[in-house]
Write a protein of this length. Sequence first.
Length: 319
Amino acid sequence: MSTLVITGGTGSFGSAMTRYLLKETAHNVRILSRDEHKQEKMAIEFPPSSRVTYILCDVRDLDRLQLAFHGADTVIHAAANKIVSSGEVHVVEFVQVNVFGTMNVARACIDNGVKKALLISSDKGVSSVNLYGKSKAVAESIFTSSNMYGRGCKFASIRGGNIWHSRGSVIEKWLSSPNHNIKVYGDQATRFHLLMPDWLEFCLKSIHNTHGGEIFIPKCDAWSLRDLADAFFEVFHDSKIDFLPARRGDKPNETLISEHEFSSSIDLDWGYVIEPSDEVRQVWNYVPHEGKQVSGAVSSNNVGRMGIDELRSLIMRTI
């Protein structure tokens, strides 16, 4: 029976992945997080058992990670500080968790003979303009370069966009706002759209197909903040919407594959993969994927756009 570890396991992704693994697979699951209250709450739905283990663990603590990863086959590294505005203020904390914490996770995987490790990254790490995005870009590089140590662990990353109704997402914030009164910053901005079930399946498929060193990219549509706000108002007619200028650190459009990356990116049909550079892949004899080369950058302003009717229907199904 294989064991899969999820760092940041009490977050939206970790909870959803645990639910999926227990229902659809035979994996044992170790849930790592630094918040005992969230673990206690999560244990109501997933009580500790022969398949579910909770471990209080901060990714900044390498010794604790070494113990937590012992005997594990796969690690999904989802632990991170993620609030963009917070990262601009608490710079050192973000670097310690998102960068040094990722270094610790990679080290613990290598030392414990973990077979595969997957970093949950973000579109904000591409051409990043804020500290959160910059920390994710560095985390991707850490995971890619960790393949060079030659101890059998395959490290890869996946980049995602806005996971619908996940903790901290736009729609989650709007739905929880008092009287559904909301503020929209930069209403012409566009964002990628992903549903959690699709994201989970893409994550597991990436783990299964990794050769070590790639960044996997899902194929997804996008929406504009203006269209989402208009759909929100059609559902909540009494809400008040304030349209405000974009905040510092917010980009008008997000990117999953940049103009500097598409030449080394392959279309796998079920997603895209950015392969490591020639200089890096030679270190561990990387085996390229087969498929068509991606023809250009993938941005939230050049993929399929969701309309107001579709967004309104999605909001109705969410509430």
